[in-house]
Every structure is written in structure tokens, then in C-alpha cells.
Design a protein around this ligand. Structure first.
Ligand code: MTE
Length: 414
């Protein structure tokens, strides 16, 4: 079944009451959806978690101001800090998206339990050593939050949305090493009956505005799980840092970052469709442009671009400047990147510095010779191999996901 058909099917099943999963009845989910709509109406973020409430940031690694902008329990990479860093995002500046706080787990004591009606037999436990003894594979993949760019809904379009007000720094590219999820599932006794696979994190339960949503968990179809998903234990050649999922996390290529569950403690393999708040209440599109029940759960990331510059960067008039940036897409490889320095009146193709490939980003550059002092805006727009070009306006949705429009990056010429 294609991903699109799967998504439509799950939405239909969910709306017609066929939802299963950890006692999460349709009635309960509909109530939670009501609560989420209430959050939207109240204009409060869905990203506020227990760590922030307790006055702790909940992130272990240092967050120097030149590398990160801290947003509640999350840390956004400053794009200016990527200039000259090479293809992969160094781990010291890789964004962190935590619903609550980073748990510090000891790999020697960690266990992964794989269980459920989609297995041939009983639950199976894996230790860190067991995981490392499976064939190791390395994949180079971008990881990105579905809410990346969210603040531009308000800043560029005047749309009121809720959630962490990221600019464009909730994305990074890394070399992930680990076991194939398919090998883990087969070693656990995957049966032909298996339909959905749901990993669950060991971080504290997520509560917001009086609702306990439980541990972060998010189902995916068994077809995706068997295709290209990793259970990673290394990032850029080093064991995962606590903030990025130590001892092990999922890496689900091209999909919304929420699917890449960190600190995995158990994986349910089900013979029935699974649902959780993270594919029913959150990470779907609600609003006037969508059906009353909302969109299907979000899977593939949209096309996006960013300049390796701070917002408000200053340029000297009468000189040639080299502009650099990156573009990426969950829908395929990047085919073309165009840059405009006159508010979209004219466009010039940027020079690509990487061979475009699915799941990765491309670095690009172009030159700019500003003459007139004053404010200016720099625009970059990418087109992927699926033929999708970044639009001028993103379709608004209540929780501010999938901002894919061309960003009008403000700069100043002096
Ligand atoms: N997994 C758990 N257990 N808890 C979380 O809060 N956040 C998800 C995902 N996996 C999350 C999680 C989201 S929304 C994103 S975008 C990515 O992790 C971020 O991964 P990173 O923090 O390593 O950059």
C-alpha cells in the first residue's frame, strides 16, 4: 500500500471508531482533540512540558547563545552557526526537540522490549550489546521537526498558530549508525499479521494544560518500519549524546521528526491499526483549509530552504558578498535552488555544492552586490524532484506545521 493510501486509510479508520492502542479509545482521543483545539483558541503553546514548568531546561549539553536559541524545553540551531561547518551538522549545534526533558540512561542497564500481537511469540528483550551485535548500517539523513519555521506563519502571513515558535533551525543532517529496525523486528519474531509498529520513549510523560498524554509514542506502518528505518546508537561517528536519544533512537528518513522517537524503551508490534496523541491530536493539520476531522497524520516533510545568516545580518554596500544556504525536502532530492535579492522580482539559480539525494540537504551559494544602503530581504526557493517548488504562502493550520513558503530573510545594507 502506498504511504498516501495508508494515511487515508488510517484517518478513515480513526474517524469511524476503529482506533486501537493502549486503551486510547476514539472517545478519549476526540476529547483530547477538543483539548488541543482549546489550546489553540487560548493561544498557548502545545510545547510547554514538565521540565519547563519545573523551571529546568531539561537539556544536558551546553547551549551557548552563539549556537542556539533556547525555546522552552527545546533548543533551536542558529543558522549562522552552520556556515563553514561542512555537510553534517556538528552535534554541539544540532537542534534539540524535547517534549519534557532528557533522561540520562545507562546503556549497560538499558533494555528494549519488543512486544505485541504482531509477533509470532512472546515479548523479546534486547540489551545494548544485542543491538550492537546486529549488522550495523550507516545512513546520512536530515532530521527535522514538522513545526520548523512555525514563527513565519505569524511573522510573514499574520496567521495565529500555537506551538514552539521556531524560525528555521529545527533541522539538522547527521550520519546515523545503528541496526535496521527490520532486523530487530525479524529477530523478535515478526509475524505476517503485523500491521503497525509503535516505539515509545523513556522520557517523562508529557502533560499539558491538565491532560496527561503519556509517554511520547507514534505509530508507523510496518511497510515503513521494514523499509529504511534505523534504530540508531551513533551520530556523526560517536555514541548518541543523551539529548539525542542515548542509548538508542529511531531515525525515520524523510518523515516528520516526531516519528524518530528517542530513548526507545519498547516497541509495540500490532496486528491492528495503532493510534496515539502524536498521530491524532498532534502532527495533523486542522483549520479552514482542511476537512472537519483534520488531515491524515503527517508523514513526509515539505521542501524548505534557509540562508546561513542571522536574521538582520548586516552587509556593506558596494561590495560583492557570498551568500550561502541549504535546501532539503522529504519528498525527494533537491533539483534546483533560486535566490532573489529584490523581493521576488527576479531570481537567479544558486550553485549547488552537493550531489542532491533523497533524505539529504544540499549546500548552495550565490553572490550579491548590494548598492543601496537600507533594509533588504533575501529569498531562497527550492524545487525537489517531485516537482514541488516552495510557494509564496504556506497554507495555515492551527498548530503551525509544515511552513514551506519562501522565507523573506531580513537583512540590512549599510
Ligand atoms: N522522542 C521522545 N522520546 N521524546 C521527544 O520529545 N521529540 C521528537 C523526536 N523524538 C521527542 C522524540 C521530535 S518532535 C523531534 S523533531 C525529534 O525527536 C528531535 O530530535 P533531536 O532532539 O535529536 O534533534
Amino acid at each position: 500500500m502506498s504511504e498516501r493510501a495508508y494515511d487515508r486509510d488510517r484517518l478513515r479508520q480513526f474517524l469511524s471508531g476503529e482506533a486501537a492502542g493502549e486503551g486510547l479509545s476514539r472517545r478519549v482521543v476526540l476529547r483530547l482533540m477538543g483539548a488541543a483545539a482549546g489550546l489553540a483558541a487560548a493561544g498557548t503553546g502545545t510545547g510547554a512540558g514538565t521540565a519547563a514548568a519545573a523551571g529546568r531546561r531539561g537539556i544536558v549539553k551546553p547551549l551557548p547563545a552563539e549556537l542556539f536559541t533556547v525555546r522552552d524545553t527545546n533548543a533551536e540551531t542558529n543558522w549562522a552557526a552552520l556556515r563553514g561547518t561542512g555537510y553534517y551538522t556538528p552535534v554541539d549545534r544540532f537542534f534539540v526537540r524535547n517534549h519534557t526533558s532528557t533522561p540520562v540512561l545507562d546503556p549497560a542497564r538499558w533494555r528494549l522490549t519488543v512486544w505485541g500481537g504482531g509477533l509470532r511469540g512472546r515479548a523479546v528483550e534486547f540489551s545494548y550489546e544485542d543491538l550492537r551485535s546486529l549488522p550495523a548500517v550507516t545512513r546520512s539523513e536530515c532530521l527535522e521537526c514538522a513545526g520548523n519555521g512555525r514563527s513565519y506563519f505569524a511573522a510573514q502571513q499574520g496567521d495565529a498558530v500555537t506551538g514552539t515558535p521556531w524560525t528555521m533551525g529545527a533541522v539538522g543532517a547527521a550520519r546515523w549508525r545503528g541496526a535496521r529496525l527490520s532486523d530487530v523486528l525479524r529477530a523478535a519474531g515478526l509475524s505476517r499479521r503485523a500491521v503497525d509498529v509503535m516505539p515509545r520513549g523513556l522520557d517523562p510523560v508529557y502533560t499539558a494544560h491538565g491532560t496527561d498524554y503519556g509517554h511520547v509514542r507514534r505509530p508507523m506502518p510496518v511497510a515503513k518500519a521494514l523499509d529504511d528505518v534505523l534504530l540508531a546508537y551513533e551520530m556523526n561517528g560517536r555514541p548518541l549524546l543523551p539529548d539525542h536519544g542515548c542509548p538508542a533512537r529511531l531515525v525515520v528518513p524523510s518523515w516528520v521528526g516526531i516519528a524518530s522517537v528517542k530513548w526507545v524503551g519498547d516497541i509495540e508490534v500490532s496486528d491492528r491499526p495503532l493510534f496515539s496523541p502524536w498521530n491524532t491530536v498532534f502532527y495533523r493539520l486542522f483549520g479552514s483549509a482542511y476537512p472537519p476531522g483534520g488531515s491524515p497524520p503527517l508523514t513526509r516533510q515539505p521542501v524548505r530552504s534557509a540562508f546561513e545568516l542571522p536574521l538582520g545580518a548586516v552587509f556593506a554596500a558596494g561590495r560583492v558578498h557570498r551568500l550561502t544556504g541549504r535546501s532539503w525536502s522529504g519528498g525527494g532530492s533537491i533539483r534546483r535552488v533560486e535566490v532573489s535579492t529584490d523581493d521576488g522580482a527576479t531570481w537567479r539559480e544558486a550553485r549547488l555544492h552537493d550531489t542532491p539525494r533523497p533524505g539529504g540537504w544540499v549546500r548552495w551559494s550565490t553572490s550579491w552586490h548590494p548598492y543601496e544602503p537600507g533594509p533588504a530581504r533575501l529569498l531562497a526557493r527550492a524545487t525537489d524532484t517531485a516537482g514541488t517548488t516552495q510557494p509564496f504562502r504556506a497554507v495555515p493550520n492551527e498548530q503551525g506545521f509544515f511552513f514551506d513558503a519562501v522565507v523573506r530573510h531580513p537583512v540590512r545594507v549599510v
